[in-house]
Design a protein around this ligand. Structure first.
Ligand SMILES: Cc1cc2nc3c(=O)[nH]c(=O)nc-3n(C[C@H](O)[C@H](O)[C@H](O)COP(=O)(O)O)c2cc1C
Length: 193
């Protein structure tokens, strides 16, 4: 069985292949540059995400491996994330503004999460792999990209081609091959009238 087959979700109801086959790899190919057309499509999918009153509060930092910006993001990642995510061909910071024309945007983080979700689905459909991270130093990202008070980083997404699992460390390989699980949908349903 291939790695991709072994990562595919075992679902209780049919879902789109791209959703079942998306997983958060930690094994990126350090030698392959990001597929620019695929990246552009993933960003376009994020752009077309819904948002409250179409306020589009998301803002993105896109940094390709080999740039000072990529290094700055890697430096801001926490411990374990730093080890594997440095290999990703691109790192994308998903940030948001919190107000527009002086009015608060209560759904800004939610909207930005939807943009990130759209990004991941389009990216996987295009053959890119993604892995979101909450484990990073927000202040370091804000300082590196002059966010000021107006922008807050939510996640950093590693993006790139899948690497060679056989060349990965034992720890990474073990995590990569751990079963993908979800609790049953019944446990998430507060009501189902
Ligand atoms: C907001 C968010 C933050 C996350 N932070 C981290 C992280 O800091 N490090 C990490 O290795 N994985 C992180 N993950 C990945 C999750 O652990 C992963 O999505 C989850 O275990 C489900 O696995 P799957 O995406 O392969 O289905 C994060 C995911 C999300 C959505």
């Amino acid at each position: 069985m291939s790695l991709i087959d072994s990562r595919t979700a075992s679902t209780d109801a049919p879902i789109l292949d791209v959703l079942a086959e998306r997983w958060s790899t930690r094994i990126f190919d350090p030698n392959v540059a990001v597929d620019e057309a695929a990246l552009a499509s993933a960003l376009e999918a994020a752009r077309w995400a819904p948002s409250a009153s179409n306020t589009q509060p998301w803002r993105f930092v896109v940094a390709r491996r080999g740039t000072a910006q990529h290094t700055a993001i890697v430096d801001a990642l926490m411990g374990f994330n730093q080890g594997w995510a440095a290999s990703a061909a691109a790192l994308v910071v998903f940030a948001h503004v919190s107000e527009l024309d002086g009015k608060p945007l209560p759904w800004a983080a939610y909207d930005t999460g939807q943009a990130a979700a759209h990004f991941t689905v389009q990216a996987h459909a295009e053959g890119l792999h993604t892995h979101q991270m909450g484990g990073f130093d927000r202040a370091a990202i804000a300082a590196a990209f002059d966010f000021g008070d107006g922008l807050a980083a939510v996640t950093v997404m590693a993006v790139g081609a899948l690497g060679d699992i056989d060349a990965a460390s034992d720890t990474l390989r073990e995590r990569e091959l751990a079963p993908r699980t979800r609790r049953p949908i019944a446990e998430s349903l507060v009501a189902d009238a």
